[in-house]
Design a protein around this ligand. Sequence first.
Ligand code: ADP
Ligand code: MG
Length: 332
Amino acid sequence: MGLSLENIDVFYGSVHAVKDVSLQLETGQILALLGASGSGKSSLLRAIAGLEASSGQIVFDGEDVSRLPVHRRGFGLMFQDGQLFPHQNVGQNVAFGLRGRIPRGEWEGRATQLLETVGLPGTASRLVTTLSGGQQQRVALARALAPRPRLLLLDEPLSALDRALREQLSVEVRRIVKETGTTAVYVTHDQDEAFTVADQVAIMEDGVIARMGTPAQVWAQPGTRSVASFLGYSPILGAEEVAAFGVDVAPGSELACGPGAWSVADTAGEGAAVQVVESHAVRGAKQVTVRLDSGKIARVNLPIHTRVSEPSMRVKLDAGKCAQVTSGPIHT
Ligand code: ADP
Ligand code: MG
């Protein structure tokens, strides 16, 4: 049950945008498709929606929808630009997709209910153009959910909003989608947003799913050097480089350093000496940039009042805040 993709390919002429993607998503779960710009997220989402021609099989709750037109798949869509009708009021926008699905007499009640769900009670008679950007995206979400889609597909729904609003709304979107029990695929290039919204995260790289799992699994075991690097692990060190800090890695693996992996060594025997490049205050802490023997850069956080005047300092590496990765792709 839920969504099942088998061997999905999308081509634009000679551009192979989605390469043999297969995945499963259980009913009621939210999947984030996360990746850099151009990695194929929108192409895959549009293929699921039926907006883009694709090969392979798209099955929802046991029904093969691969050859069905967009409107027969029973999926809801929401985009970065909510594509609301400016000449209609909020209630009419929300009721847009209800035609032919529920009797006209029930439209208003359904719209009122959805507007409450998305935190905009009492706005049905307002013109959409009088709402803020964040409020308009809430209306777009209400409109997408109104026909009770069995699968909701969202493409960068919050990307046009500023970071603070995006953080707040990503929590809200998760609550609302969960509350309505809707299965969802959510495209974003922002890992914080993906990790906030999703039950499952799939990281896309150059048309393939490089890694898929729960946010905690993907973070703890990024699998490959490129996924680790995309998630913000830095630096990524070889066996020789970490040996200097008394840390081992498995043969053929590298160590990707996560936040807080580096700290000051308390005793002379601990850790190793590194070159201090510069230091500055970051959010109530002092961040020291250091250069390892190999030339790679690492960041060490210290209490803000610590004085760092030496050209070099001793630092240690906490392997528990790092991830072992391979340099080649792993497809799971
Ligand atoms: P993302 O959503 O991850 O940014 P896209 O799915 O939009 O990535 O694009 C994946 C690849 O397909 C990119 O190389 C992009 O340039 C290409 N592409 C996307 N849409 C088209 C199109 N309509 N025609 C030709 N190439 C396209
Ligand atoms: Mg896109």
